[in-house]
Write a protein that binds this ligand. Structure first.
Ligand code: 5GP
Ligand code: ZN
Length: 112
């Protein structure tokens, strides 16, 4: 999608530090890490936000969660947090579906 930051990262028009890539998904380091490990996992196709996940496109969401588990294992994380911010009120700033994989430090709950 035109003018979407993460679509430009998918097309490599904007560089990123890629951690994993296949035909469907891209994982890359967050430019402003909130934890020692902070990786964004996105579908290559443009989906605005988790609010658009439904029974016809939910398989990709499952594969995002599975990829997060693989990356966490590879990085030796004892535990991690997987966050999907949904809409501005919940902190979403980039409107292309993404999971934040956060780890490498202890975390409190509830979040702010
Ligand atoms: P959101 O707030 O929408 O859930 O998360 C967007 C994330 O994208 C933020 O954590 C922000 O640091 C990250 N981000 C914004 N611009 C860029 C960029 O150009 N490159 C990378 N790698 N991450 C970005
Ligand atoms: Zn996009």
């Amino acid at each position: 999608m035109e003018n979407c930051l993460f679509c430009k990262i998918v097309s490599k028009d904007i560089p990123s530090e890629i951690v994993f890539e296949n035909d469907e998904l891209l994982a890359f380091k967050d430019i402003s890490p909130a934890a020692p490990v902070h990786i964004l996992i996105i579908p290559k196709v443009h989906i605005n936000s988790p609010i658009e996940i439904n029974s016809s496109n939910s398989a990709v969401a499952g594969r995002i969660i599975a990829l997060a588990a693989d990356i966490a294992k590879e990085k030796g994380l004892e535990g991690y947090r997987l966050v999907f911010n949904c809409n501005e009120i919940a902190g979403q700033t980039v409107f292309h579906l993404h999971a934040h994989l956060l780890g490498g430090r202890s975390m409190s709950w509830p979040p702010g």
